[in-house]
Structures are given as C-alpha cells and as structure tokens.
Design a protein around this ligand. Structure first.
Ligand SMILES: Nc1nc2c(ncn2[C@@H]2O[C@H](COP(=O)(O)OP(=O)(O)OP(=O)(O)O)[C@@H](O)[C@H]2O)c(=O)[nH]1
Ligand SMILES: [Mg+2]
Length: 214
C-alpha cells in the first residue's frame, strides 16, 4: 500500500513536471540550439547535466553514442522564456549531421588535464565548418575539470592563445563544482542575441537601400 502510494506520487510529480515543461515549450518565445563537441571523456555529458539538471554524478557517465538533446528554459535581460536546447554530441567520428543543422552555437570542450584534447578542438571546429549549415557563428572554447588542480596540464596562457587562434572566447569550468557553467550559457545567449540584432539591422539597411535606389 505504502509502495503503491509512493509510485502514484512519483508518477503524479512526473506528469506534473512533463505538463509544466510542455506548457513552457508552447509559450516559449524562441529556442536556441547549442551543440557540444569534444574528445571522449572531456566531460560533455557532465557539463550538460550540470546546466540542465544542476547535478553532477560520477556513476552515470556511460559513453554517449548518439546525440542526446535536453532543454532548459531561461529568461534573459531582453527575452523571457527562451528554450535552450543543448545537444550532447558523441565523440565518435561517424556522426549523422542531419540532426546538427541550423544550430545557433557550438561549444568546443577540452579537458584541462589532457593537452591533446585542446589540440583536437581545432579538428572539431573544422568538422563543424564543413558539415553544418548555415555556418555556426557563435563558438566558445570551454575548458573542463578546473577543480582537478593537481593534474592540470593546460594552463591559462596556452588555452588563451589557442582560443585566439580559433577566434573563440574562452571559459574554464568545473561541472563537478558547478563553476562557470551558467556563465558559458549566458555568454552564448548574449552573443546569439547580438547576432540576431545585427542581422535585423543589416536587413533593414538593405531594404531601405533597395527602396531608395529601386
Ligand atoms: N574532476 C572532474 N571530473 C569530471 C568533470 N566533468 C566530468 N568529469 C569526469 O570525466 C569523466 C567523463 O565525463 P563525461 O561527462 O562522461 O564525458 P563525455 O565527454 O560525455 O564522455 P563521452 O560521452 O564518452 O565522450 C567522468 O569520469 C566524469 O566524472 C569535472 O568537472 N571535474
Ligand atoms: Mg557523454
């Protein structure tokens, strides 16, 4: 009996949560699709889980074999109720790019305890440029496992010069301690918004020009 009540309560909560999520999705003003790339074990799933569910687990980190989408709703200074769709991408080379098109931003993760993962971000970036359309314009370089100071191999200067080379902004994060993760996604939203308003302005100018000369 107690068990039945527990199950009923659990499913009631789950239904309520699903309903809330659906209602927010229906009333969402817009959505941003953000792709998360990086070598095996850099901490992609952990970063996404920290952002979407605000938790970190060392137990459920099985390798990610297919893209996993999850979402969170946020308010910014300019817009309310934006759906942030975060795509946790597999680190294997056989990727089905159909699902990746029309992305608004991409995060390139490297593990601060493994130098080779920083170098790989260059390859991930090339792969995005070659396969995803329209071109992804908002890109961030994201260091992970900042809490693991004893094993740190990628220091700030090295990461900064790599970020400059790739023309990306840099953030150093820890999913374990929840450090800097919110700021990564706030920065992404800000930059997407900036691009949107630049595009609107450009379209308006072109329209006025064609009216004047047409
Ligand atoms: N110390 C520390 N460990 C972390 C952090 N983030 C992830 N890890 C650990 O790194 C390992 C890999 O984490 P995942 O999140 O599964 O990495 P992934 O990039 O999704 O891995 P694949 O899906 O297999 O490519 C796990 O043992 C995590 O517990 C962090 O911020 N700090
Ligand atoms: Mg994973």
């Amino acid at each position: 009996m107690v068990f039945t009540n527990f199950v009923m309560r659990l499913s009631a909560i789950t239904f309520q949560q699903i309903n809330e999520l659906n209602n927010r999705r229906i009333s969402a003003q817009k959505s941003y699709k953000i792709l998360v790339f990086g070598d095996v074990d850099v901490g992609k799933t952990s970063l996404v889980t920290r952002y979407v569910e605000n938790r970190f687990s060392t137990i459920d980190t099985n390798p990610t074999n297919t893209m996993v989408k999850s979402s969170r709703f946020v308010d910014t200074l300019v817009d309310s109720n934006i759906e942030i769709i975060v795509c946790d991408c597999p680190s294997c080379d056989t990727i089905d790019f159909d699902e990746y098109q029309n992305a608004d931003a991409a995060l390139f993760l490297y593990d601060m305890t493994r130098i080779e993962t920083l170098k790989s971000t260059e390859r991930w970036n090339e792969m995005v440029d070659m396969n995803i359309f329209p071109n992804v314009c908002v890109k961030l370089l994201v260091g992970t496992k900042r809490d693991d100071l004893d094993n740190r191999k990628v220091f700030l200067e090295m990461a900064r010069s790599h970020a400059t080379k790739l023309d990306m902004f840099l953030h150093e994060t820890s999913a374990k301690h929840g450090v800097e993760i919110e700021n990564v996604f706030k920065a992404v939203c800000r930059r997407i918004r900036q691009r949107e308003s630049t595009e609107v302005k450009t379209k308006r100018i072109l329209k006025e020009k064609s009216r004047n000369f047409g």
